[in-house]
Design a protein around this ligand. Structure first.
Ligand code: AKG
Ligand code: FE2
Length: 279
C-alpha cells in the first residue's frame, strides 16, 4: 500500500478549490474553513455534556457492519452526557454514527454556517460522528455519492482515502459500499492486492476540514476520542441520480438478502469480491 499526504491549505478561494480539487476530484485539508463558526471554540466536551447531556443517543459498537441481525443498526441507546464521559475517559469501541444534529439537537445547528466554497450543500443533513480512542469506521464510500466536508473537533483523527478506481485492490463487496479488506489490519500476505493499492493519508486536528470527493473510499481511525461534523454537497443531477440508485440497491438488495440468507449472503459477496479483485 502506498500513501501520499493530502495537501493542507489556508485561504483557498472558490476558484482555486474548483480548479485544483473539485474538478479533478482530489482531496484537500482546509485549515481555516470553519474559522467563522461559533462551533469552533464552543463545542468542547464540557459544553456538550453540560447542555445536551440528557439527550438520548443511538450508540453502535463493532457489530454495526457485521452480517446478521444487527447489520447497519445501532446496538444501544444511552444519555449523550454518559456517552461522552465514557469515551473521554478510556479507549472504547463505541461510536455514534451519522447523527443528524439538525433533527436531534437543533440548538447545535445554530453554531455552524453554510460553507461558500462550492454550491449544492445539502443543508438538511449535518451529520455528526463520535468515537472512542481506538475505534474506527471501516472503509466505505458514501452511498449517496455526495462530496463530504469532514470537520474534526478537539482531537486527532486519521483518514485514509482512495479514488473509486482502487476498488479492485480493496475487494469491493458487490451490491454494497464496503470492502472485504479491513485497513485496520492491512495484511499483504492474506490480501496480495494490497501491494498495488495507492491512496492518501491525512491526520486531521481540531478545526480542520477534509474534502472527500464524491464516491471516494475512506477509512477513519479515532487516534484519540473525538468528534466530527460532515457537511455534504451534491453539485450535479448525475451525482444525485447515482446516489439514489446506490441507496435503493443497498436497502433493497443488500438488506433484503441479508435478512433472507444472513451469513450465506455475506459469504457470497466475499466470493464475488475475490473473483473481481485484481491480485
Ligand atoms: O468520522 C467517521 O467516523 C465517519 C465519517 C464518514 O464516513 C463520513 O463523513 O462520510
Ligand atoms: Fe463516509
Amino acid at each position: 500500500m502506498k500513501l501520499l499526504p493530502v495537501d493542507r491549505v489556508t485561504g483557498l478561494t472558490r476558484e482555486r478549490f474548483k480548479d485544483e480539487y473539485l474538478k479533478p476530484r482530489r482531496p484537500v485539508i482546509f485549515t481555516d474553513l470553519i474559522d467563522p463558526w461559533p462551533a469552533k471554540n464552543k463545542w468542547t466536551w464540557d459544553y456538550l455534556i453540560e447542555n445536551f447531556g440528557d439527550v438520548i443517543v443511538p450508540v453502535a459498537d463493532a457489530n454495526f457492519s457485521k452480517a446478521g441481525k444487527h447489520y447497519l443498526s445501532p446496538s444501544a441507546h444511552m444519555k449523550f452526557g454518559d456517552y461522552l464521559k465514557t469515551i473521554r475517559e478510556k479507549p472504547v469501541d463505541l461510536r455514534i454514527f451519522l447523527y443528524n444534529i439538525l433533527k436531534n439537537i437543533p440548538e447545535l445547528a445554530k453554531d455552524i454556517k453554510p460553507f461558500e466554497i462550492m454550491d449544492g450543500f445539502l443543508d438538511e443533513y449535518p451529520f455528526m460522528f463520535f468515537g472512542g480512542q481506538g475505534s474506527y469506521t471501516r472503509i466505505h464510500y458514501d452511498i449517496d455519492c455526495s462530496h463530504v466536508f469532514l470537520t474534526q473537533f478537539m482531537t486527532r483523527k486519521r483518514v485514509l482515502l482512495f479514488e473509486p478506481g482502487q476498488a479492485k485492490y480493496l475487494h469491493h463487496l458487490p451490491f454494497t459500499v464496503s470492502c472485504e479488506i479491513d485497513l485496520i489490519d492491512p495484511d499483504e500476505e492474506k490480501f496480495p492486492s494490497l501491494q498495488y493499492l495507492e491512496g492518501y493519508e491525512a491526520m486531521l486536528t481540531h478545526g480542520e476540514t477534509l474534502f472527500i470527493p464524491s464516491c471516494w473510499w475512506h477509512h477513519i481511525e479515532y487516534t484519540d476520542a473525538g468528534y466530527s461534523l460532515a457537511l455534504r454537497a451534491s453539485d450535479s443531477i448525475a451525482l444525485r441520480a447515482r446516489g439514489a440508485f446506490n441507496i435503493a440497491r443497498t436497502f433493497i438488495v443488500d438488506k433484503g438478502m441479508n435478512k433472507l440468507l444472513g451469513p450465506r449472503w455475506a459469504n457470497m459477496k466475499v466470493a464475488l469480491a475475490r473473483a473481481n479483485s485484481q491480485a
